[in-house]
Ligand binder design. Structure first.
Ligand code: WTA
Length: 652
């Protein structure tokens, strides 16, 4: 038997079978799909591709020249045609596509017809500005309807969009413009965030002064900031769409034409421009959105509370939901503006039935307490989703109980910018859920947990998550750097095996539990321990809202576990509680995982997409010089943690 690569410490025995009435009406009602997909996995994807509108049928389902895949070659389609025209043609023009709510309380409702017409007007405007097929367009917009409109308008004329999260700096924008050689920037005067205004156009000006590539910039008026429009280059959005026709024939695109580039920051080096194409991508985002979220297009009100600047927003706010004719909520702002119950007001006001958010948000809601959701009518909800990080079992159970009222399945969905769509997730009508587990690969997906040598680990073992079969929405390359594509993802275990960079374990039933990034795995006295398991054991304690752990060097044990903990409500940590938490972890998962020290903090450093920055905590724990922290969502918390860490070290 092979040696597991990461210890399996945390045992979680609770199970949640699908509620009977949910199962009775489920979009995917029986287990047969897994066998069907196993029997003919390419045929399985064909059955989903066939749900789309193709302008020309494909000749070949898959060309796999490892590690390069082409799906549905010879086929032609247009993504915006599938997301918009198709539904209007089928008589659904009056259905709401987006209920948009601004952070300032303003509202707009866009039906599928509205969205089609606005997309066509802007597509025509882009054409009149000289934008054509294959051109790269950087989109630097807040969460306003013009953001999906701009993406769809690009897709309509065959331009390649590169969305840059509006919270990113001018420098990040320059890097992305330069890497993609984008000659067009679409931005806004400003963006609202927690009641403040981020001066987006001013940032874009700084960026455009640093690169000579941009020849056209379109500016949406949102906040009414004063902006400088440079002659020739800069245009107001409302001016360029004025008088444009609401008809714009969709450009027939090859299945393998690039739809978009989305940059994802690696742990080291410059951001990678992840390349997604047209036919396979749309096939898998639509299929997974429909199956995992049990979508009922006529009755559901779906809300993915991510930002479109991340892949979650691309695939599950824009392309998947629109391809499936979903009615969605699109919310511009922060969860605590003007108050900490903003999400629950939105759920109540729009009658949201499906909510998809991230563990970091759920843990924040736990910290704020159950009274806030408790004061709202959340009875419209019927399904909850989670994405972005491993969800601690306790956070899962809290979400299930206080948000889902105990009646909504929670789908924990594992995937990445690179995978384009969900890969590992329960199917809510048939899977008996285990809190904290993404359960099993979706039909058609072959995910295997392997040891250092690349051999599959047995049930009960831990190792590296790999994908061992191409999938339609997989990244095709890294923009401009195919060697990096091969070396980053397809070299660790040979060029047929995709290395995801995540640790994972299988439980005794063979179900998958994600254990965090492999770079975060700790080595204590020769035991390889995942940060996720220790964090989950800490969050399991009633006083703890959120926890992050990291290894720091230790003369005796190689590494020792340093824990950073934030507490629920206004509780303050002290020595006695720290001792109690250390014992709690020892009891819950074993002495080997007992943190050497615990530091209480009001918050944890997070990336702008809400992932805990353990690398930074490691530097703090090691007493090292910190690098650039400006990319954090909450940079100010770092100095608090540093000060407390120094004080704790001095008192030891
Ligand atoms: C992590 C977000 C555990 C994982 C869609 C992955 C998760 C990285 C989960 C990709 C999950 C995402 N359980 N970990 N359900 N979902 N991750 O590119 O480490 O922003 O590799 O894509 O997030 O992050 P990305």
């Amino acid at each position: 038997m092979t040696e597991p690569t990461i210890e399996n410490l945390l045992r979680e025995g609770r199970t949640f079978p699908p509620p009977e009435d949910f199962a009775a009406r489920a979009t995917i009602p029986d287990e047969g799909v897994y066998q069907q997909a196993e029997d003919d996995w390419q045929g399985w994807w064909v059955s989903h591709a066939e749900r789309l509108r193709w302008l020309r049928p494909w000749d070949t389902v898959l060309e796999w020249d490892a590690p390069h895949a082409k799906w549905f070659t010879g086929g032609q389609l247009n993504v915006s045609d599938n997301c918009l025209d198709r539904h209007v043609d089928e008589g659904h023009g009056d259905q709401v596509a987006y209920h948009w709510e601004g952070e300032d309380g303003s509202r707009r409702t866009l039906t599928y017809r509205d969205l089609l017409e606005e997309t066509c007007r802007f597509a025509n405007a882009l054409k009149s500005l000289g934008v054509g097929k294959g051109d790269r367009v950087a989109i630097y917009l807040p969460m306003i309807p013009e953001l999906p409109v701009a993406m769809l308008a690009c897709a309509r004329i065959g331009a390649i969009h590169s969305v840059v999260f509006a919270g990113f700096s001018a420098q990040s924008l320059v890097d992305r413009i330069d890497d993609a050689d984008a000659q067009v920037v679409i931005t806004a005067d400003g963006a609202y965030r927690k009641g403040n205004v981020i001066p987006l156009k001013a940032n874009a000006d700084t960026a455009m002064a640093d690169t000579h590539r941009v020849r056209t910039c379109v500016v949406v008026r949102r906040t009414g900031e004063d902006v400088v429009l440079r002659d020739e280059r800069d245009h107001w959005y409302h001016d360029v769409v004025e008088g444009q026709s609401t008809e714009c024939p969709p450009e027939p695109m090859h299945a393998e034409d690039v739809l978009y580039i989305l940059y994802t920051s690696g742990t080291t080096g410059k951001p990678k421009g992840i390349v997604h194409t047209t036919g396979g991508y749309l096939t898998q985002v639509a299929a997974t959105h429909r199956m995992v979220f049990d979508l009922k297009p006529d009755t559901d009100v779906y809300w993915c509370a991510a930002d479109i600047g991340w892949v979650t927003g691309h695939s599950y706010i824009v392309y998947g939901p629109l391809a499936n004719r979903t009615t969605s909520v699109l919310y511009e702002g922060a969860p605590d503006h003007p108050a900490r119950d903003r999400f629950w007001s939105i759920v109540e006001d729009y009658g949201v039935t499906i909510l998809y958010t991230a563990p970091t948000a759920i843990r924040t809601f736990m910290k704020w307490g159950p009274d806030l959701p408790g004061a709202h009518d959340l009875s419209s909800l019927r399904l909850l989703g989670s994405v972005g990080e491993p969800i601690n079992p306790e956070a899962w159970v809290w979400y299930h109980q206080y948000i889902g009222g105990g009646r909504c399945p929670v789908v924990d969905t594992w995937w990445q910018t690179e995978t384009g769509a969900i890969m590992i997730s329960p199917l809510p009508g048939i899977t008996t859920l285990k809190p904290g587990s993404a359960m099993r690969p979706l039909p058609g997906i072959k995910a295997v947990v392997v040891d250092q040598a690349g051999d599959p680990v047995p049930p009960g073992g831990g190792g590296y998550l790999t994908l061992q079969r191409p999938w339609p929405s997989m990244l095709r390359t890294i923009w401009g750097d195919d060697d990096r594509y091969v070396s980053t993802y397809w070299s660790r275990f040979g060029n047929e095996v995709y290395f995801a960079g995540d640790g994972a374990k299988l439980d005794d039933d063979g179900h998958v539990w994600l254990l965090g990034r492999v770079d975060d795995v700790m080595n204590v006295s020769g035991h390889r321990i995942s940060t996720t398991e220790v964090e989950s054991a800490l969050v399991d304690h009633h006083a703890v809202a959120e926890a992050a752990v990291t290894g720091r060097s230790d003369a005796m044990t190689g590494q020792a576990i340093a824990a950073f903990v934030s507490l629920k409500g206004d509780r303050q940590g002290d020595e006695a509680l720290a001792a109690e938490l250390r014992e709690h972890v020892a009891n819950r998962i074993g002495k080997i995982a007992r943190p050497a020290n615990i530091l209480f903090t009001d918050d944890l450093p997070k990336t702008r997409s809400g992932k805990i920055m353990r690398r930074l905590l490691r530097d703090i724990a090691e007493g090292r010089e910190l690098g650039d922290v400006t990319t954090l969502a909450n940079a100010d918390i770092v100095s608090q943690i540093q000060a407390r860490s120094t004080a704790a070290a001095a008192s030891e």
